[in-house]
Design a binder for this molecule. Structure first.
Ligand code: THU
Length: 135
């Protein structure tokens, strides 16, 4: 699975986004360390705070299937049909990623039809609050 293929899977996952309130269609594709891909989309709610982002949908699907080791996630977000500039993961999603993923985990933000920018989770969320902090 190449980075480009993971981005394409995230783009495809946008098609099932449920976003009647914001119109922001977001798809995510999460690659496990063993090479399996779990996709997810955002699922909005009339009670806006009950909305779940695409990244957490994908992570929850994978965790609930017993996965615990992850290599990368691609995120494709935009208003309506097109992705133009991309959606970086929100703070809650970065925190949830930090629960399960190392600082070297790759976050690929899809910026256009054929383009993406790669980040390290450790750069997106430095000094994350995690289990070590509660020792
Ligand atoms: N959204 C995501 O799915 N992922 C993010 O990281 C940022 C925001 C969704 C949530 C909501 O449905 C819409 O985008 C606008 O915030």
């Amino acid at each position: 699975m190449t980075e480009r293929e993971l981005c394409a899977a995230a783009m495809a996952a946008r098609q099932t986004a449920y976003a009647p309130y914001s119109g922001c269609l977001v798809g995510a594709a999460l690659l496990t360390s063993s090479g399996k891909v779990y996709t997810g989309c955002n699922v909005e709610n009339a009670s806006y705070g009950a909305t779940i982002c695409a990244e957490r949908t994908a992570l929850s699907k994978a965790i609930s299937e017993g996965e615990r080791a992850f290599a990368a996630i691609a995120v494709a977000g935009g208003v309506g049909e097109t992705v133009d500039g991309g959606f970086p993961p929100c703070g809650i999603c970065r925190q949830v990623m930090a629960e399960f993923c190392t600082a070297d985990f790759s976050v690929l933000v899809v910026t256009g039809t054929e383009t993406y920018t790669a980040y390290r989770l450790g750069d997106l969320l430095p000094y994350a609050f995690d289990a070590d902090a509660m020792q």
